[in-house]
Design a protein around this ligand. Structure first.
Ligand code: MOS
Length: 739
């Protein structure tokens, strides 16, 4: 189904099932521990052996020799494959660093050997006996030091937010020079790791030259293609299965070493192999969110109208890596006739930087939305009024291109009302509650709505149930449930008559999960397949498909009426179709908006920041399931607190690696760190986005939160921190005298 004109009324608008806060249908599997995660697929292939990865102990250089003799003699060992035993593996389309093979070391903990043994413990013990001779080479690990050498690079993140190397509209320099009120500040965000709960894990089994992997991956079709490319085997010989994912956050958009080495280990051992990357391997072996240095300049008239806005970001990556697209939102969020965005990329020899939790906008808004707060203060304006003053209903770079929907102003106004913004003291450092300095902060939330084609197969079974099959993934987001809701609405069935099967490359290719594009696109694909199935059903029943009504398990047309199941009496009916998009996205900018509000208390003695209240008001198209959408948003807000207050990979700039590479050293928020979170969804349907009239919402819950926390800390203390995370050492010397 080609979607190239705005959606009109369709069966989804009935909202009998879609739009309801239905419990996740995979909930019982999760809460009883019976959802089959990759490392627990004991049943899928008999006689599984265990793989263990040896990671490079140097960040850059060459492997001269790998001595495996002693390890081979260790108990239970079945096979050892070293990086010198295999030709350099192919480079997947989505990868920057190679996963394995050949002598070159590109980053610390890059895989140099895989040990296969009867048990995990035996594989691990033998791995400790593998001796590797390295020849180290000098590398570059310090972004601040390399930033002056960075070159202009355009590009898009793995998730589509993009910018050119230098994009200009009007004349920024002249407009900024003559602006009455100006801000010129630099902000930094650190390297971060995904820290998803489920590690990278794979069971791999060969049947002749055919390979099946049961793994944990957000993008099944990308994974299948890149695994074939990595191993240099035909794509048709690869099956990738990923029905449950215990968090990915962008780290599992790609094929990683667990998949490649499980496959290589299985081939060597002639056994199915199960392999997980251990927690301490993950931060350096896989990908991370690159650190940024962001300079923002804003010039405005005394009335607050922005006349000039510039956002320039420098990040680092391996040679041929992508920049962190931290300037992307600044192209679209506020008006202003004279604009400049630019990205520079420094070559670093740290592990690969790639997508993590709203790449681009998440770190970009952490800087931009502090800058807006600082600018409002310079102007003597309320930060909400300053943002509203500079709202735009069109793409500021292409003013003939309107937003399909843009309710940022409503998000901010409703949020202010609900949060009690009028009680905020605009003068910082004034409000005290016992030993706590208390402050409120706000930030705009922004993330694009991305369209990508997505297909599904829908089958009416002989018992009247409907089965949906698509290679879509559920990364904890609620995909199973919203897909069931979509099929139930379309076919006129209750939820318990729909079966959803996901995450298998044998099913039709979907959008996959990333960039908050999963919900809208994958359900639109199910919509398309369901329209086809409705036609097939109507035809089988001899009804006119145009006026057939599917409701309550029955099909009605004129004065004729039949049970839906009757259509499949002589055999199941199958329909397969997908959604594809025309050029509506060229004519309309499609984005999602939020107002993020945070209240913090900062301990006046220790500088410790505690979040006291959070609110997100979101405008993100039709909300397909308010319960799962709210779960997405509160999870994302939690990540925003992490980014603001604690998450940071510490770089050893001499030895070239991330030091705190486990969950003891890399801190993320726990329950005790998170207060009551409120989420409001504004009424919105967006007929430009898809027949579902929905948009993405998950990452919107993160984008802006970090700055709202930072702005609240400033309001509480009067200390402006521009380097994330806002740990207490950055506050304590400057806190008001209390004793
Ligand atoms: Mo992404 S960072 O996988 O939504």
């Amino acid at each position: 189904m080609k979607f190239d004109t705005p959606a009109t009324t369709n069966p989804i608008d009935q909202l009998k099932v879609v739009g309801k806060p239905i419990d996740r249908i995979d909930g019982p599997l999760k809460t009883t521990g019976t959802a089959p995660y990759a490392y627990e697929r004991h049943d899928v292939a008999p006689n599984q052996a265990y793989g263990y990865v040896v990671g490079s102990a140097i960040p850059k250089g060459r492997v001269n020799a790998v001595h495996v003799q002693e390890a081979m003699g260790a108990p239970g060992v079945l096979a050892i494959v070293s990086t010198l035993n295999v030709p350099q593996l192919g480079l997947g389309r989505m990868n920057t660093a190679r996963l394995f093979g050949g002598a070159e070391i590109q980053h610390y903990h890059q895989a140099v050997a895989v040990v296969v043994a009867e048990t995990f413990e035996q594989a691990r013990a033998a791995a400790m006996l593998v001796q590797v001779d390295y020849a180290g080479a000098p590398g570059k690990y310090d972004l601040a030091q390399e930033a002056p050498n960075a070159s202009p690079v355009g590009g898009s993140s793995g998730e589509g937010s993009s910018a050119g190397p230098v994009d200009r509209v009007g004349n920024f320099d002249a407009a900024f020079a003559s602006a009455v009120v100006k801000l010129d500040q630099t902000y930094t965000t650190p390297d971060e790791t995904h820290a998803m709960m489920e590690p990278f894990a794979t069971v791999a089994a060969w049947d002749g030259d055919k390979l099946t992997v049961w793994t944990s991956n957000q993008m099944v079709a990308w994974g299948k293609g890149d695994l074939a490319k990595t191993l240099d085997i035909p794509e048709a010989n690869v099956r990738l299965v990923s029905p449950f994912i215990g968090g990915g956050f962008g780290g599992k958009l790609f094929v990683r070493a667990d998949v490649a080495l499980a496959a290589i280990g299985a081939r060597a051992a002639k056994r199915p192999v199960k392999l997980a990357l251990t927690r301490p391997m993950i931060a350096n072996n896989t990908t991370h969110r690159p650190a940024t240095i962001q300079r923002i300049r804003i010039g405005a008239q005394p009335d607050g109208a922005i006349t000039a806005i510039a956002h320039e970001s420098t990040s680092g990556n391996l040679p041929k890596g992508k920049p962190e697209t931290a300037v992307a939102q600044t192209k679209l969020l506020y008006g202003g006739a004279n604009r400049l965005t630019s990205m520079r990329l420094a070559v670093l020899d740290l592990p690969e930087g790639n997508s993590m939790r709203a790449p681009g906008e998440a770190p970009g808004l952490m800087a931009l939305e502090i800058a807006m707060d600082e600018m409002a203060e310079k102007l003597g304006m309320d930060p909400i009024e300053f943002r509203i003053k500079n709202d735009t209903q069109v793409d500021p770079e292409k003013p003939d291109r309107p937003f399909s929907q843009r309710q940022l102003v409503q998000c901010l106004r409703q949020g202010a009302e609900r949060f009690g913004w009028k009680n905020r003291n605009p003068k910082p450092g004034q409000v005290q509650d016992g030993r706590w300095l208390v402050g409120m902060g706000v930030a705009a939330g922004f993330r694009n709505n991305q369209l990508t084609k997505s297909a599904a197969r829908v089958r009416l079974e002989t018992d009247g149930k409907v089965t949906v099959e698509t290679d879509m993934t559920d990364i904890g987001t609620g995909t199973y449930t919203i897909i069931a809701q979509t099929a139930a609405e379309m076919m006129g069935l209750p939820m318990n008559r729909v079966v959803v099967k996901l995450g298998d490359s044998d099913y039709p290719v979907s959008a996959g999960s990333g960039g908050q594009w999963g919900a809208n696109n994958s359900t639109a694909g199910v919509f398309a397949a369901s329209i086809k199935l409705r036609e097939t059903v109507a035809g089988r029943l001899g009804f006119n498909s145009a006026d057939a009504v599917f409701a309550d398990g029955r099909v009605r047309s004129g004065n004729r009426d039949a049970a839906l199941a009757d259509a499949a009496r002589d055999g199941a009916l199958v329909a397969e179709d997908g959604i594809e998009y025309g050029d509506l996205a060229k004519k309309y900018q499609q984005s999602t908006f939020a107002g993020h509000f945070v209240e913090v208390g900062v301990d006046s003695f220790t500088g410790e920041t505690r979040v006291r209240r959070m609110l997100a008001v979101c405008a993100a198209g039709r909300i397909l399931n308010p319960k799962s959408a709210r779960s997405q948003v509160i999870g994302a807000m939690t990540m925003g607190v992490g980014a603001a207050l604690m998450e940071e990979l510490a770089v050893d700039t001499k030895r070239g690696f991330f030091v705190n590479h486990d969950l003891a050293g890399y801190e993320v928020p726990v329950h005790a760190d998170i207060p009551y979170q409120e989420v409001v969804f504004l009424d919105e349907t967006d007929p430009i986005s898809s027949p579902m009239k929905a948009k993405g919402v998950g990452e919107l819950g993160l984008c802006g939160v970090g700055a709202a926390v930072a702005n609240a800390v400033y309001n509480a203390t009067g200390v402006r921190v521009r380097d994330y995370p806002l740990t207490l050492d950055k506050l304590i010397d400057q806190l008001p005298q209390v004793a």
